[in-house]
Design a protein around this ligand. Structure first.
Ligand code: C5P
Length: 251
């Protein structure tokens, strides 16, 4: 099912986490080995990016303190920790992440983990958007089968998106290929965040369900996540600006 453009616009404005500008929609993953390198990319791209995403690689190399530092400076920060643990641990973890001043955080979209995350946010307060990770964009049907799942990617993504909505999450992470069919499942209050983005001509790497920035926005993505095509570009600022221009043209 294709998203209806009018409903889609209404739904986007219905979420308090909805992006205001084309630039707001670009999330750049600081997937580099050291804080020094991440800091250099932030310096070079300042003002051209909506949110900086700090993932596993940098978290284990001083990235958590760096995330707090960037948040204190007023940057929008996405802590991509993909939490999954027992309820109490997820709840307490989210409480502390909310207190760190983060804007987005990921939780694997298992109902109990999501409900625990929502409880943690309620306890801590703050303006943190809880994002449920549906199915990783590096996984296809064969990978799900290898992991013991009987159904296909789309079936699982639909179930997890619907669970995210019922749990009270702020949004979901999914492939741009699923974002259109998910609009209905996630309803008006959830934002959609799509990694697996590749500007025309860039390498797919390990991503399997990819799309260009413009196509992802046209498909209904609120935010797009881009790491390697920006952080490995000879000129990261020019790469970010080109993506924002492509987003703008697609709106
Ligand atoms: O380099 P690339 O643009 O492929 O990076 C995508 C980023 O989005 C990575 O940091 C990856 O961990 C993250 N991500 C993803 N798929 C998800 C959730 C997060 O690729 N479902």
């Amino acid at each position: 099912m294709q998203p209806d453009p009018q409903t889609d616009t209404l739904e986007r404005t219905a979420s308090r986490f909805a992006p205001a500008t084309a630039r707001d929609r670009l999330m750049v993953g600081l997937d580099v080995p050291t804080v020094e390198e991440a800091r250099a990319i932030v310096e070079r791209t300042k003002g051209a990016v909506g949110t900086y995403k700090i993932g596993m690689q940098l978290q284990f190399a001083g990235g958590l303190a760096f995330a707090e530092e960037l948040a204190r400076e007023g940057h929008s920060i996405f802590l991509d920790v993909k939490l999954l643990d027992i309820d109490n641990t997820v709840m307490k973890g989210v409480e502390n992440i909310a207190r760190m001043g983060m804007r987005f955080v990921t939780i694997h979209a298992y109902p109990k983990a999501m409900r625990a995350a929502v409880a943690g946010l309620a306890a801590a307060g703050g303006d943190l958007c809880l994002l449920g990770v549906t199915v990783l964009t590096s996984m296809d049907e064969d990978d799900l089968h290898d992991a013991g799942y009987a159904g296909g990617v789309e079936d699982l993504v639909r179930v997890r998106a619907a669970d995210a909505r019922v749990s009270g999450m702020g949004g979901i992470v999914c492939s741009p290929h699923e974002v259109g069919v998910l609009r209905e499942a996630v309803g008006p209050s959830l934002v959609t965040v799509t990694p697996g983005i590749r500007p025309a001509g860039s390498e797919a790497g390990d991503q399997k369900r990819i799309m260009t920035p413009g196509d992802a926005i046209r498909a209904g993505a609120d935010y797009i996540v881009v790491a390697r095509p920006v952080v490995r570009a000879p000129d990261p600022r020019a790469a970010a600006e080109a993506i924002v221009a492509e987003i703008d043209a697609a709106l």
